[in-house]
Design a protein around this ligand. Structure first.
Ligand SMILES: [Fe+2]
Ligand SMILES: [Fe+2]
Length: 319
């Protein structure tokens, strides 16, 4: 049976041939919209807009081919000031998912460099563009794939760090950009965790947990080895599961780098709000309730306040 993936309509180039079959949701099923090789015209776009379709679907097996295609023009889209930010956000999301997917399959120095290349133009734009940031939040998909989670955490944590350090002169744009790479790569150590554990439905056995708990150290070593990232980025990977009360892992340390705490907040939030095969996603209000219990220090409380202001739109929080 085919597994399908949603993709934002905004990412599809008008007047270009589609590299994959496109489907749309009709009542409870997916129906063919445009066959591979067919030209996606303005009429197609108008038709989708008229029906309120913001997403179309592609076969999961073709996701890599589609993402690779988007990556070939993402630079041009991200640096063109005439392109609407919604289109930029969608293009960035697909291109960075592609870069992360490749990095998880083969986390070598070259793939890490690719990630930096993909993230760089977007980072430059989001530093000063609130609209672009909120478009990015709107586009996050909440599935259970590790690379989707990595992109989401990368977006949340980067946005959080930018807001949190806005008035701190010690953290300049270059420093912030290095942190951003660390956030997108925080779980890169999971590339060494067997898929049978990563994709297991339900709870892990004690032995499986032992393996899973190694991913922060594996990530740290990998990032240090590739030599393409700063120590902060590696610390983000090493410490993102530590807790200020010492109950975290791998070291049970209490003195945690603030940059890693930012990652932890984003990480927990995305894990809670993600849709999984065996659990429904949690709404932002409940997720923030759990995060509040995770806030130990004054720094954590300030951070959480920033996070809620950033991601807690009333329409989502108050039902
Ligand atoms: Fe993790
Ligand atoms: Fe994570």
């Amino acid at each position: 049976m085919d597994v399908f993936r949603p993709i934002p309509v905004d990412v599809i180039q008008v007047d270009e041939r589609s590299v994959v079959d496109l489907f749309v949701r009709h009542e409870d099923r997916l129906v063919s919209f445009l066959e591979k090789g067919g030209t996606f015209t303005r009429d197609h776009l108008v038709q989708l807009n008229r029906h309120g379709c913001t997403r179309v679907y592609i076969r999961g097996a073709e996701a890599t081919a589609f993402e690779r295609y988007v990556s070939t023009y993402s630079d041009r889209i991200l640096t063109d000031p005439t392109i609407p930010s919604r289109v930029k956000a969608a293009t960035f999301y697909v291109a960075s998912t592609h870069a992360l997917r490749n990095a998880f399959e083969n986390p070598d120095a070259q793939q890490i460099e690719e990630i930096k290349k993909t993230l760089h133009p977007m980072f430059r734009s989001i530093m000063n563009n609130e609209v672009l940031l909120s478009d990015l939040f709107a586009i996050t998909e909440h599935d259970f794939a590790t690379y989707t989670h990595s992109v989401n955490v990368g977006i949340y944590a980067t946005a959080l760090a930018i807001r949190f350090y806005k008035n701190d002169r010690a953290v300049g744009a270059a420093e912030m950009e290095r942190l951003c790479y660390g956030y997108f790569l925080h779980d890169i150590g999971k590339s060494r965790v067997p898929l049978s554990i990563l994709r297991k439905r339900g709870s892990l056995s004690e032995d499986e947990w032992k393996v899973m708990r190694k991913h922060p150290e594996w990530g740290y070593t990998r990032l240090m080895e590739t030599g393409h990232l700063t120590e902060e980025a590696a610390y983000i990977s090493l410490q993102h599961h530590e807790r200020p009360d010492g109950s975290g892992y791998p070291l049970g340390m209490k003195d945690i780098h603030p940059c890693a705490r930012i990652c932890t907040m984003a990480d927990i939030y995305d894990a809670l709000t993600a849709e999984r095969p065996y659990k429904k996603s949690m709404n932002p209000f409940d997720a923030f309730g759990i995060l509040r219990r995770e806030a130990f220090t004054e720094f954590d409380h300030n951070l959480l306040g920033t996070f809620i202001r950033m991601l807690g739109p009333e329409k989502d929080v108050i039902h």
